[in-house]
Design a protein around this ligand. Structure first.
Ligand code: ADP
Length: 398
């Protein structure tokens, strides 16, 4: 069984092609700068063959045609004919309150995803473009949708409600949904398998720290709270997003600086976070480097970043009554020993016994960074959202 996993974004399409029987990635790649000058397709096959193709990729349809073309090409391909693609799994960002789990796509589920576009206007429309194109090129292959929001649909109402008039929740579906669900699910499950403990009996806090960042409380295998909300801007401070912010700051700025809605949106999504405070970069490596060189604003950006992680861990520990496992993932969580150290050292009050030497050596691999007798275990787990999508597709089709 061969499954193509597609992550169709606004100007790029990422894909991975799996042979599920052999548990092998046959090929993966990215179509970049769709609709812009200099669009490219970078394709890597499992034997190391790598090719960068340039072409005029005017829209998602053209991008997907390009991907399918290279998959069957004699020189760089992995299959002889498109009929060898047994199924396509799509990453869909927002499933609203319609989807508690992944689905096999049909007209009804596609129309619900279309309705969710108003909640995620930047994400669902390009996800849908990928779905429409695949339906056209591979009409016989079943297609599935795996949602970023679905894992968090188990949150209780008191965790997802905003304290605004209830009528607005009913009218527009304004509530907290959360994102990165596939990642939080995968890394928490993987952590339990690694430790040999029952997933349905643990209290876990997963810290997905990448350019986008979110933290989730998982009790007995279910997400009960997560830091992102209606949109990904709530919660953790991120590369360029502000995270939690007094709404009064925004209304103040809208008035004083005469900001339009679009500019206010850009301010909190693109000019804030690590970039906003440090003034150097949204990239953690750059901010860490500047901080090491003595830059005060970079140091402050890091301190705010750590402080917020700590506050979320503290509040989620209270919410669950305790915490058995903390997981770090995402580019920063997997690679920044400095970030993990700053957090773990401040958690000594819950009895956590942190192994600094193992932490220092751990980069991008599955590892436990606490002592065997630490009551709370801390793990680094590389995330693999594409693999979850491929596995979910197999599960749905079985
Ligand atoms: P995205 O949310 O775009 O998927 P990633 O999960 O790839 O992001 O994470 C990107 C972040 O990870 C960047 O801030 C980058 O600086 C950081 N990162 C990657 N490698 C390292 C490293 N060795 N040390 C510190 N930060 C790192």
């Amino acid at each position: 069984m061969k499954v193509l996993v597609l992550n169709s974004g606004s100007s790029s399409i990422k894909y991975q092609f799996y042979d599920m029987k052999k548990s092998q990635v046959l090929a993966k790649g990215i179509v970049d700068k769709i609709g812009l000058a200099g669009s490219t397709l970078t394709h890597t096959r499992s034997d190391g063959d790598k090719v960068e193709l340039e072409g005029e990729i005017v829209d998602h349809q053209a991008g997907i045609e390009f991907v399918l073309g290279v998959l069957v090409s004699k020189k760089h391909g992995s299959i002889k004919d498109l009929s060898e693609i047994d199924a396509v799994g799509h990453r869909v960002v927002h499933g609203g309150e319609y989807f508690q789990s992944s689905v096999i796509l049909d007209d009804d589920s596609i129309s619900k995803i279309e309705k969710c576009s108003q909640l995620a206007p930047l994400h669902n429309p390009p996800n849908l473009k990928g779905i429409y194109a695949m339906k056209e090129f591979l009409p016989d292959a079943p297609q599935t949708a795996i949602f970023d929001t679905a894992f968090h649909q188990t949150m209780p109402d008191y965790a997802y409600m905003y304290a605004i008039p209830y009528s607005l929740y009913k009218k527009y579906g304004l509530r907290r949904y959360g994102f990165h669900g596939t990642s939080h699910y995968y890394v928490s499950k993987t952590a339990c398998e690694f430790l040999g403990v029952d997933y349905t009996k643990q209290r876990i806090i997963t810290c997905h720290l990448g350019n986008g960042a979110s933290i989730t409380a998982i009790k007995n295998g279910k997400s009960i709270d997560t830091s992102m909300g209606l949109t990904p801007v709530e919660g953790m401070m991120m590369g360029t997003r502000s995270g939690d912010l007094d709404l009064g700051v925004l209304t103040y700025l809208i008035e004083k600086e005469e900001l339009s809605v679009a500019s206010a949106n850009t301010l909190i999504n693109k000019h804030s976070g690590l970039l906003g405070i440090s003034g150097i970069s949204s990239d953690m490596r750059e901010v860490e480097k500047a901080s090491d060189e003595g830059n005060e604003r970079a140091k402050l950006a890091l301190e705010v970043f750590y402080y917020r992680i700590l506050k979320y861990i503290g509040s989620y520990t209270a919410v669950m009554g305790s915490v058995d496992i903390i997981v770090f993932t995402g580019g920063i969580g997997e690679n920044s020993a400095k970030t993990r150290k700053s957090i773990c050292e401040r958690l000594a009050f819950i009895g956590l016994k942190f192994d600094e030497k193992i932490n220092e050596k751990t980069r991008g691999k599955l590892e436990c960074i606490t002592d065997n007798d630490s009551p709370t275990k801390v793990l680094v787990v590389p995330t693999d959202e594409e693999l979850v999508i491929a596995n979910e597709t197999m599960r749905l089709l079985a």
